[in-house]
Structures are given as structure tokens and as C-alpha cells.
Design a protein around this ligand. Structure first.
Ligand code: IPD
Ligand code: CA
Ligand code: CA
Length: 276
């Protein structure tokens, strides 16, 4: 059954409400003594604040939408339903664990075919709420968002990120970083993929790429970039699958082909020699 417009409006409002609520919880705990644990390796952290934030989101979603499924970073799939909520309760955990105030909450909701209907990304330290609903535009708080006009890679400001297993150079991500650097471009690494996407939507960055991102990192951000007039694809230039882990390139559209060209060239001609 297709989701109707008034329902999308309500889902959008819920995304905003949930992201704000979890964001306040993160902000209130930033300078407290929280516990840090390690997940896949010694760089992959989780704090008890990540878990509290996810618990808040799951509890609120279950109350508001008892039949919906939830895909959350710290707890896997909770249940199946006609709507799927995709949540990252704290995007930027490494920053948070070091008391660095650059992190966000990402909340998105998709239909049963995996099409994201609405999403919100909240940066609680700056009280910036980026959000969008399909066909209704993207906003920073109440202000409409639009991607930048930059049409040359040489005048672009880019951002990237690295997976926790970066040392293994998956998909030659180190080589790709070097290839962009060798062009002399300014490149930032904020540590929150959701914010990277929100900032492309806001025209603060012209482009973002990262090798393997999970649905909770990108579900809200992809919709926000697209509704702000940008483009999001895989490294191969294919439509991004959103609810499967995948490489991602997001841009204002005008520099997209130039970014893909740099990434694809590395595939053919690796720059960095792998350790045997
Ligand atoms: C991470 C951040 C980071 C990105 C990593 C993600 P987490 O998410 O988004 O910027 O480079 O790939 O895993 O662990 O802070 O939620
Ligand atoms: Ca994340
Ligand atoms: Ca997270």
C-alpha cells in the first residue's frame, strides 16, 4: 500500500522529534563519565550513551509505531513491519568518546520496499536539525537547503571518512584518499558520515565519499542530499541501495562525474603498495 502524503508529513515530524530527543540525551552526557567498550576491533568503540540513545529511540518508535521494524546500529533488527525505521543513535562515537563535540543522531523511515520516506539528522551541540521528506524538500531547521553550485573539482571542498578496518585498505580506500590529496584538494574528515551528508545537502561541502557505509549511517542523509538537489551513487555510479552496506559518493551533482573518475582510476591503477 502506497504511503499517502499526510502520512509522510507525520513520519517526517516523528523523525525530527526522535532525532531531537536522542540528540539532547547525547548532549547532556557528553561531559560525563561514560563507559567505553570495543566492538569489531580496538578502534571500533561503543559507549553506554550510544546504547541509552538507541534504547530511547527504540522505546519511542515502539510506542508511536508498534507494528514497525527497526534497524538500529547497536541492536540489529528488532522486528519486521510495514515501515522500517533505520537509526544511528550516535554517529561519531569516536569523537564523542574523546569529548569532541562533532556527532549526530540519524533517524530515517522507509516503506516496505526500502524507499526512504523521511529522515532527520540532528547535531545537538549546534542545535542544527537537517531533515527531508520525499518530494517535499530538505531543510536546516526551518530554512530550505540547496547543494552548492561549484562545477569544478579543483574549486571543491570535499569530505571523507574511513571504516574501522582502514588499516586493511578495503576497496583501496587509502589509495583513493591519496588520489584526491595528490590533486591538491582540501579534504576534511569530520567523523560522522551522517553529518558529512547533511553538510553536502547544505552546500558546506561539495562532495563526500566513503568506502563501506551501513544503512544507519546514510539512510536519512541520502534522502536529505537528494531533496536538496544533489546526487548519491555507489563508486560505480549505480543508484545507492540504501538498506545494504555500500560504497557511497554524494555530491552537488556538478562534480559527481569528476569524483567518480578519480575513484575509478584508482581501481585500475592502485597507488599504495599493500603490505604482503
Ligand atoms: C562511523 C562514522 C564515521 C565513518 C565510519 C562510521 P559511528 O559511525 O560515521 O564518520 O567514517 O565509517 O562507522 O561508529 O560513529 O556510528
Ligand atoms: Ca554511524
Ligand atoms: Ca553509531
Amino acid at each position: 500500500m502506497a504511503i499517502q502524503s499526510p502520512e509522510i508529513q507525520e513520519l517526517w515530524h516523528s523523525c525530527q522529534h526522535l532525532a531531537r530527543g536522542a540528540g539532547r540525551l547525547l548532549r547532556d552526557h557528553l561531559n560525563t563519565h561514560f563507559r567505553v567498550e570495543y566492538k569489531s576491533n580496538r578502534f571500533d568503540l561503543v559507549t553506554d550513551v550510544d546504547k541509552r540513545s538507541e534504547a530511547y529511540l527504540v522505546e519511542s518508535i515502539r510506542r508511536l509505531y508498534p507494528d514497525a521494524g527497526i534497524l538500529g546500529e547497536e541492536g540489529g533488527t528488532y522486528q519486521q513491519g510495514s515501515l522500517l525505521w533505520i537509526i544511528d543513535p550516535l554517529d561519531g562515537t569516536v569523537n564523542f568518546a574523546h569529548h569532541l563535540p562533532i556527532f549526530s543522531v540519524s533517524v530515517a523511515v522507509a516503506d516496505q520496499n526500502g524507499n526512504v520516506l523521511a529522515g532527520a539528522i540532528y547535531q545537538p551541540m549546534l542545535e542544527e536539525l537537517f531533515s527531508a521528506a520525499r518530494g517535499k524538500g530538505a531543510f536546516l531547521n526551518e530554512t530550505p537547503l540547496h547543494v552548492s553550485d561549484t562545477d569544478s573539482l579543483d574549486r571543491s571542498l570535499l569530505v571523507t571518512g574511513f571504516p574501522y578496518n582502514v588499516a586493511e585498505n578495503p576497496n583501496r580506500c587509502i589509495d583513493q584518499f591519496v588520489a584526491f590529496l595528490q590533486k591538491g584538494l582540501p579534504i576534511r574528515r569530520l567523523g560522522s558520515a551522517a553529518l558529512d551528508l547533511a553538510y553536502v545537502a547544505a552546500g558546506r561541502f561539495d562532495g563526500f565519499w566513503e568506502v563501506e557505509l551501513n544503512p544507519w549511517d546514510v539512510a536519512a542523509g541520502i534522502l536529505i542530499v537528494e531533496e536538496a538537489g544533489g546526487i548519491v551513487t555507489t563508486y560505480e555510479g549505480e543508484p545507492h541501495p540504501v538498506i545494504q552496506p555500500s560504497s557511497l559518493v554524494a555530491s552537488n551533482g556538478k562534480i559527481h562525474a569528476q569524483m567518480l573518475e578519480v575513484i575509478q582510476r584508482v581501481k585500475v591503477q592502485p597507488l599504495v603498495q599493500q603490505e604482503p
